[in-house]
Write a protein that binds this ligand. Structure first.
Ligand code: GLY
Length: 562
């Protein structure tokens, strides 16, 4: 349900201090792990204690998330990671995002009248893009880990074979996709109990998944992309009208990319480059905010928020118009972030009035639904850090499990623009730049982020939430750097979001004082109160070197210091 509109609440919102609900951050001296599930955090801590570094521990946590939070992310999906190696003083970005199968074509999800076929890009075998998680995590461990893949995967294998206790988030996610899970025998077999959703307190054992993970642990990613598992995926696709073939799997390769980096008030903000739009959105919005010389340091001042909203509107318009897989579309990153362009965009913001979105670009309006993805952060005792976001896209992805493997497949094809101007599951619109093509990567919003000051890591952050990811990360950065909140308060603080279309400001309950709401309304903004969104994770490196971590109180995650 996260992200649903609550129009009636708009009239009854009361004001609370931003940090009222925030618990104290967890503190660590030799390491910090923050993930969306306590058992995944524990998996990472176990690996750190066995001599693993941040990379090993992050991979361990990611494999474990695929077991205990399967509706969000797992080995049937893909994602992005930023890896900071302190000794080398460098950050690298790994893109293990899913790719379109070679058999995909531009009008894949249109009927013969050119209309988008409902659910075609979100449910069933044809919605699945070639998974990248196994290749990505294996590459991370190969390139920067200290332990063997089998050691890193041991906690996840244990969790899959012994089972874990189901919580409310799992029940909500599976109840929300019940019809789709029922329709796929593989998915019903794993994720339903006698055809009904598991209940809180039930033990969910995933024997097939444990066996699959064991095969990968011993045979490496080769087994997944060229071996027995690849054969099982390709056979299931062929049987069920899916597009992924053995050739698609065999040709999957994760890509190391130069991260995107920019300055903000003396800090260096490093985030994900294309094919995620997350880093670019973050840096473009920060670039515009930095130009506001009369920036109000008062938290949630109406004028400041107006500039924030107008900056977001302009950055998201660029996303819809210009961004796509850099292998297919000349990346406009340098042009979009060029100082003279940001100067001009900034000057065009009217301090007294909203700029209507359709004056900036042209497209149809959007809708938005719940979002599930998972972010995790590990910082080790040597100061290395990994900030990793991965996903199967919407809850339970395509709601397809490859029979006999326990692998839940993504529906990442929905992140393409099925038809220019028609919104996807996140209400995002796009055009040719993000149209479907064989082997193309769908545009993402994921934004694993690291912030440095004078070459030293000061903050790591990231979140799920589809289109809201960049603005969630942005607000954690602002809350921490501009408003001096501790990391737990920065993560807990109520959020706002504007994504160009629909032309409305989404507000979490308690995000705005009544007077601020009135001031924004007077500038022409439409404010819509929605259920809380995101499930952010953040780590702050304190001036004395200790690590402060926080998992979002909107989720069930855990920050564990070591
Ligand atoms: N699947 C959501 C995203 O990549 O932004």
């Amino acid at each position: 349900m996260s992200g649903a509109a609550l129009p009636l609440l708009a009239a009854v919102v009361v004001s609370l201090p931003a940090s009222a609900a925030a618990p104290a951050p967890a503190i660590g001296r030799r390491g910090m792990v923050v993930t969306a599930h306590p058992l995944a955090s524990q998996a990472a801590i176990t690996v750190l204690k066995r001599g693993g570094n941040a990379v090993d521990a992050a991979a361990a946590a990611a494999f474990a998330i695929g077991v205990v939070e399967p509706f969000s992310a797992g080995i049937g999906g893909g994602g992005f990671a930023l890896v900071y190696e302190r000794i080398k003083g460098r950050t690298r970005a790994l893109d293990f995002r899913e790719r379109a199968p070679l058999g995909a074509e531009r009008n894949l999800y249109l009927d013969n009248r050119g209309q988008v076929i409902p659910d075609a890009s979100t449910t069933g075998h044809r919605a699945v893009a070639v998974p990248g998680t196994v290749a990505g995590l294996a590459e991370l461990v190969r390139a920067g880990g200290r332990l063997r893949l089998a050691e890193v995967m041991a906690p996840a294998i244990d969790l899959a074979s012994r089972g874990f206790v189901v919580t409310q988030r799992f029940v909500d996610a599976s109840s929300g996709r019940l019809r789709d899970l029922e329709a796929d025998p593989g998915a019903a077999d794993v994720f339903l109990k006698g055809g009904k959703p598991y209940q809180v307190g039930d033990l969910l054992v995933q024997r097939d998944l444990a066996e699959t993970l064991l095969q990968i642990a011993t045979g490496g990613d080769e087994v997944f992309y060229r071996g027995e598992i690849a054969e099982a995926i390709a056979a299931d696709m062929a049987d069920s009208g899916g597009l992924i073939t053995a050739r698609d799997l065999a040709s999957f390769k994760p890509v190391w990319r130069d991260p995107l980096s920019g300055r903000y008030r003396g800090y260096t903000v490093v985030s994900m480059p294309l094919p995620s739009s997350g880093g670019l959105l973050l840096l473009e919005i920060l670039g515009l905010l930095e130009r506001d010389r009369t920036w109000q340091r008062d938290y949630r001042d109406a004028r400041t928020l107006h500039f924030l909203i107008e900056a977001e509107r302009r950055a998201y318009a660029d996303r819809a118009e210009r961004l796509g897989d850099p292998a297919f579309v000349k990346p406009p990153t340098g042009e979009l972030l060029a100082p003279p362009r940001l100067d001009a965009l900034y000057r065009a913001i009217d301090p007294a009035r909203r700029t209507p979105s359709l004056g900036l670009a042209t497209a149809a309006g959007g809708r938005a639904e719940s979002a599930h993805t998972s972010h995790l952060i590990v910082v080790d005792g040597e100061g290395n850090a990994v900030s990793l976001t991965f996903t199967v896209n919407t809850p339970f992805g395509a709601a397809v499990v490859v029979p006999g493997t326990g692998i839940l497949l993504n529906n990442e094809m929905d992140d393409f623009s099925a038809k220019p101007g028609v919104p996807n599951a996140y209400g995002m619109v796009g055009n040719d730049a993000n149209a479907i093509a064989p082997a193309k990567i769908p545009l993402s919003s994921m934004a694993p982020t690291l912030v440095f000051r004078d070459g030293k890591l000061v903050l790591a952050a990231g979140s799920p939430g589809g289109s809201t990811i960049p603005t969630t990360v942005l607000q954690i950065v602002l809350n921490t750097l501009d408003y001096d909140m501790d990391v737990a308060a920065a993560v807990a603080a109520p959020r706002l979001h504007h994504q160009w279309l629909p032309d409305e400001v989404w507000c979490e309950p308690y995000a705005l004082e009544p007077e601020t709401r009135r001031a924004l309304f007077a500038r022409g903004h439409t404010l819509v109160v929605r259920e809380p969104w995101g499930n952010a994770m953040a780590v702050r490196v304190l001036p004395d070197g200790r690590l402060a971590g926080a998992a979002d109180p909107r989720g069930e995650g855990a920050a564990v210091g070591y």
